[in-house]
Design a protein around this ligand. Structure first.
Ligand code: DLZ
Length: 164
């Protein structure tokens, strides 16, 4: 969780495994594209900073955050990747729609994690307004895309440590 005490982009590069042989899928939502584009930029830059090669990062877009579940599920079936990062931004409006989308995506991604052979990293910003989303997508609280990239690398390394 991002708080005044924790910046989403803070990590110690010495503790992050080398991503040179890792393959990543990223599914990104088109809704609130100014935010999701910044999350994507953060995630890709951080993967590359930690050794990932361009050709090992597959990026696909879906219309909205609700479609991230199907997008990630299809990527698991059809792409040879070691981890998937989902990136979306849901901003509270005047109706309870926000709650249903957030709950649906969260439960869907949690279910995928319980079943899938690879980790699915949860990069969904759920904010009360655009300013909160901006603060977490490259603003004063860092970038959740960076955090997701580091988490993906660490989870692939975790998986390798059990299988080797
Ligand atoms: C419909 C909708 C609304 C109101 N708000 C958002 C949002 O803030 N962020 C987002 O990613 N998607 C939103 N959507 C679209 C839904 O995620 C979904 O694409 C549609 O309900 C179609 O399934």
């Amino acid at each position: 969780m991002s708080t005044a005490y924790h910046n989403l982009s803070d990590y110690n590069i010495q503790t992050v495994p080398d991503a040179v042989h890792m393959k990543f899928g990223i599914v990104v939502s088109e809704w609130n594209e100014n935010i999701t584009g910044a999350l994507l930029k953060g995630a890709v830059n951080t993967l590359k900073k930690n050794g990932a090669k361009d050709e090992n990062i597959i990026v696909k877009t879906v219309p909205g955050s609700f479609e991230l579940i199907y997008g990630a599920s299809e990527m698991i079936k059809n792409c040879e990747v070691d981890a998937i990062i989902i990136l979306g931004s849901v901003i509270k409006g005047e109706t309870p729609h926000f709650d249903y989308i957030c709950m649906g995506v969260t439960q869907g991604i949690a279910a995928l994690n319980a079943e899938a052979k690879i980790p699915v990293i949860y990069g969904l910003l759920t904010t009360l307004d655009m300013a909160q989303a901006e603060a977490r997508s490259g603003g004063n609280l860092g970038n959740k895309g960076d955090e997701c990239a580091i988490t993906a690398i660490k989870m692939i390394d975790f998986s390798c440590s059990l299988n080797n």
